[in-house]
Design a protein around this ligand. Structure first.
Ligand SMILES: [Zn+2]
Length: 223
């Protein structure tokens, strides 16, 4: 493999790893090989990438993003409706958890219809007494038991570092949205046009209702 091919393949891999970081990484591209003769007007497209204006290295917020999961839409913090998902044969929503004791990471799946029905009926029964605040079961989620070491209440959801990659539907179905920080929940509310300020129990409540409404727009999930 020639140096040039190798460099190209490295670059391709970077793109696969995280094509959104490409702009940032362009400033770290290795120096030009003098044999490329870019000074002679070789017209190499790679040069253009390297010479990009550094101010463009700042991340720009676009209206849409690549849907991070099959059940997510291209809009931030927005999932498809239940009807749509079931019509596409998406019945199980998966996500990654990590045991707090043995620290092993693995994937678990929730049955979409079953879990949603459970949450929706809980809300229908209790909404009037919630007073716009998340109840204790939402604030302090009971975590799944670890499948490796059997520790109860131990498999904590792994929440994406980048907020646009957060697996909101998985967290809803596992009733683990309370594992999010206030900052992450506010991101959700901001991008779903929910004006919300205040304490975490309020923002958490809104996140639950808003996600349920995304799944079932005609359900009893208005504020
Ligand atoms: Zn474990």
């Amino acid at each position: 493999m020639s140096e040039e091919q190798e460099r190209n393949s490295n670059q391709q891999q970077e793109e696969e790893d995280d094509n959104l970081e490409l702009r940032l990484s362009s400033s770290q591209t290795p120096p030009d090989d003098p044999r490329n003769g870019s000074a002679n007007g070789g017209g190499r497209s790679r040069t253009a990438l390297v010479r990009r204006n550094p101010s463009q290295a700042r991340r720009e917020k676009s209206e849409t993003v690549d849907a991070p999961y099959p059940w997510a839409t291209k809009y931030r913090a927005t999932v498809h409706s239940l009807q749509y998902l079931l019509s596409k044969g998406i019945c199980t929503i998966t996500g990654v958890v990590q045991c707090k004791r043995c620290e092993r990471q693995y994937e678990i799946g929730y049955d979409l219809s079953e879990k949603f029905k459970e949450i929706a009926s809980y809300i229908a029964r209790n909404k009037s007494s919630m007073h716009d605040r998340a109840p204790s079961v939402w604030r302090n989620p009971v975590l799944p038991k670890c499948k490796f070491c059997d520790q109860e209440n131990s498999a904590k959801p792994v929440i994406a570092q980048r907020k646009k990659h957060i697996n909101w539907l998985f967290l809803l179905l596992g009733q683990m949205l309370g594992c999010c920080t206030l900052f992450q929940l506010k991101y959700f509310c901001k991008h779903t046009k929910n004006h919300c300020t205040g304490a975490k129990d309020r923002v958490l409540y809104l996140t639950y209702l808003s996600l349920c409404k995304q799944l079932d727009p005609s359900g009893p999930f208005d504020r």
